[in-house]
Ligand binder design. Structure first.
Ligand code: RIB
Ligand code: CA
Length: 324
């Protein structure tokens, strides 16, 4: 399976963990490129976390490309206005992040650097080089994908599929009562991408990801295997469990990664027409299941939690650098 991994990054949970899982199975997944988009972090900051991960894993042959710095319409100002008028947005990611770019965990910038061209061109090139073969795995806001489709709407038909983490079909949002973070950060991009004639679109929204919180016992078991990667995991995720042993982490993007490696982790899915709210109001970025007006999406709804965590645990405790 040839993929482009489009990410809004994280220090470890969850974009980086998802990428680490896929890097451990390069026998199954051929990663043509990593493209970074603003979301959890700015592109400048997020790409440093991903480059650091690549260095940890000893991976020097997968290029990372810098993508959209801002959503299509949403903005710092708009987010502030939303909060003023309709109440808090619990996480605003890159909108709350100011320069300078901080070195990743470990204190030093990675030697491996971003590559030209920028992400939208890199994504387009990867699809055009192998028409009908490339799956775009998007685990951040869909801005880069929307921009690629705006530049060339025929690109949709040359993609094999789009597999994304975002949205919430039948459950509440996680940053506002209505909206999930990736869709809230760039609702217009989500709307445009879901309307495009991509042959197959698979949604991992909160409906499925809510089923698999990571509790302390499992976390401690994973970081009990000492590798540079589990040390990074302990540093970045451990403090929350130390403060509150009953705390949980959601591992959203990792579920998407696990399904690419083992589709049987998903136990329930439905084809549903999903609409994204792009009217600026309290429900901005929220998703609803509508009647046949929109193109249906394969919405993943439930998973075999133990099967998923077995994959997660196995791949994140394997040695790094990854032997090739
Ligand atoms: O709402 C969860 C999503 O937002 C995940 O992809 C997380 O990494 C953030 O991007
Ligand atoms: Ca993400």
């Amino acid at each position: 399976m040839r993929i482009v991994f489009d990410t809004d990054s994280a220090i470890f949970n969850d974009d980086a963990a998802a990428l680490a899982m896929l890097l451990q199975r390069r026998d199954l997944v051929d990663i043509a490129a990593i493209t970074v988009v603003a979301g959890n972090h700015t592109v400048a900051q997020g790409s440093e976390h991903m480059l650091h991960l690549l260095e940890f894993c000893g991976v020097t042959d997968i290029p990372l490309h810098l993508g959209a710095e801002t959503p299509l319409v949403n903005s710092v100002e708009r987010a502030a206005e939303q909060e003023r008028r309709w109440g808090p947005v619990s996480f605003k990611g890159a909108f709350d992040e100011a320069p300078p770019v901080r070195p990743p965990h470990g204190g030093a910038f990675a030697a491996v650097r971003p590559q030209p061209p920028e992400a939208v061109t890199a994504l387009t090139d990867a699809i055009n080089e192998r028409p009908g073969e490339v799956t775009v795995v998007a685990v951040g806001p869909l801005t880069n994908i929307a921009l690629a489709l705006r530049r060339d709407p025929t690109l949709a038909g040359r993609m094999k599929s789009l597999v994304f983490m975002g949205g919430n079909a039948r459950v509440p949002g996680n940053v506002t009562p209505a909206a999930e973070f990736n869709f809230w950060f760039d609702p217009e991009a989500a709307h445009e991408v879901l309307a495009a004639p991509i042959p197959r679109v698979v949604m991992f929204g909160l409906d499925i990801t809510n089923h698999a919180p990571l509790h302390q016992a499992r976390f401690e078991r994973i970081v009990g295997t000492d590798t540079p990667l589990t040390r990074l995991m302990r540093e970045s995720m451990g403090p929350r469990y130390a403060r509150d042993p009953a705390a949980t982490y959601y591992v959203w993007d990792c579920i998407t990664a696990a399904w690419l490696l083992d589709p049987d982790v998903v136990t329930a899915a439905e084809r549903l027409p999903i609409a994204v709210e792009t009217t600026f109001g309290p429900d901005y970025g929220g998703t609803t299941v509508v009647t046949a007006r929109e193109r249906p999406v394969e919405v993943m709804l439930d998973l075999d939690v133990e099967r998923f965590f077995a994959i997660y645990e196995d791949l994140l405790t394997r040695p790094v650098p990854i032997p090739r």
